[in-house]
Design a protein around this ligand. Structure first.
Ligand code: TYM
Length: 350
């Protein structure tokens, strides 16, 4: 509800800061790598301040076996580092170690509206016909996601296409909070959804997103897959009988063909038009081995490095603890201001 007190002040300038997160609800896929991780590394290397998080509190919105969650969190951290995240230059940590996320998440539960949450397509997809039986956390999930970002006053969020609606909600929460309290406290974040692989599709069904939760392992390439598994999955990937088209427009209405070309483009750093120009008229029988070669060349070093890092879980835990400490130092003062704005007495903390 609007407080109706003072008018919103002109937004103050926020310094560029990137936040993004990945759920450790299973092993990471090629979709996570191309849509998120690879771009996280690019942003770090551009010299922007980058904060990256394994969102374990989000993961438990659906049941997670505790031992598997712990393993997936460490494996996720290993994937970040193996892909090129430098834990000294970026902040890398797991969400539950920084309590400010959950604390601001609660406040945002009181800002976000039931109607907004009910319109979230990801909630509808995940809940399906079972919406009476899913956790309350799954419903409130996007408010915690908004807190993840806004507790750092992050201004830019690199994500895949499927997170667009959640980021629009993050903007709505920031605007409503600012309006309700008559402040210009939270930035209105910018989603960074860029590149050829913002939506990598299942290898078995070009109408479905590649996902770590798909029951078919053949539908995805996992970052833990070895060269043989990658080759076998790409060879078996669904395609159509037509050769590759002369132009990128020719991929329209050919979802499986388009997906493989997009993956090739994202892995090679070329545009889709360049890939199509190179392979115009080629049959998938000759394109797929090229894609296998490229995917193995790009992904195998990451898998090898992940395995090396996973041999020393203590070191991963130390990296996460260090990241959490640095994240906490940024988040705490911002959260304290939120408490102040909302009228909470914080005498214990002063
Ligand atoms: P999650 O864990 O499902 O996915 C992590 C990131 O990977 C991207 N992604 C994909 N990109 C392209 N093609 C695909 N098939 C594909 N599958 C996944 C996602 O878009 C995402 O960028 N809600 C988030 C996690 C989150 C978060 C945040 C993200 C929590 N708090 C704050 C950004 C900022 C999620 O479930 O992502």
């Amino acid at each position: 509800m609007s407080s109706g007190t003072s008018a919103v002040q002109t937004p103050k300038a926020f310094k560029p800061r990137i936040f993004s997160g990945i759920q450790p609800s299973g092993g990471l896929t090629l979709g996570n790598y191309l849509g998120a991780l690879k771009r996280f590394v690019e942003k770090q290397d551009e010299g922007i301040e980058t904060i990256y998080c394994l969102v374990d509190m989000h993961a438990i919105t659906t049941w997670q076996d505790p031992a598997k969650l712990r393993h997936a969190t460490r494996e996720g951290a290993a994937a970040f580092i193996a892909a090129g995240i430098d834990p000294k230059r970026s902040i890398l940590f797991n969400q539950s170690q920084v309590g400010a996320h959950a604390e601001l998440g609660w406040i945002f539960n009181c800002v976000a509206r039931m109607g907004w949450m009910s319109r979230m397509t990801q909630f509808k997809d995940k809940a399906g016909k079972n919406s009476e039986n899913v956790s309350l956390g799954l419903f409130a999930y996007p408010a915690l996601m908004a807190a993840d970002i806004l507790v750092y006053h992050a201004t830019m969020v690199p994500v895949g296409e499927d997170q667009k609606q959640h980021l629009e909600l993050t903007r709505d929460i920031a605007i409503k909070f600012n309006n309700d309290y008559g402040v210009s406290f939270f930035p209105v974040v910018e989603p960074l959804i860029e590149g050829a692989a913002t939506r990598v599709m299942s290898l078995r069904d070009g109408s479905k997103k590649m996902s770590k939760s798909d029951p078919s392992d053949q539908s995805r390439i996992n970052l833990t897959d070895d060269a043989d598994a990658i080759a076998q999955k790409i060879r078996k990937a669904k395609t159509d009988p037509e050769p590759l088209p002369e132009t990128a427009e020719g991929l329209k209405d050919r979802p499986e063909a388009k997906n493989l070309v997009n993956i090739y483009a994202a892995l090679s750093g070329q545009s889709v038009a360049e890939v199509v120009a190179e392979y115009a008229g080629a049959q998938f029988g000759s394109f797929k081995p090229k894609l296998v070669e490229l995917a193995v060349a790009k992904l195998s070093p990451i898998t090898t490095e992940m395995n090396r890092l996973m041999a020393d879980p203590g070191e991963i835990d130390r990296i996460l603890a260090d990241g959490a400490e640095r994240a906490d130092a940024l988040a705490r003062p911002i959260l304290e201001q939120v408490y102040d704005i909302t009228g909470m007495i914080r005498s214990r903390w002063r």
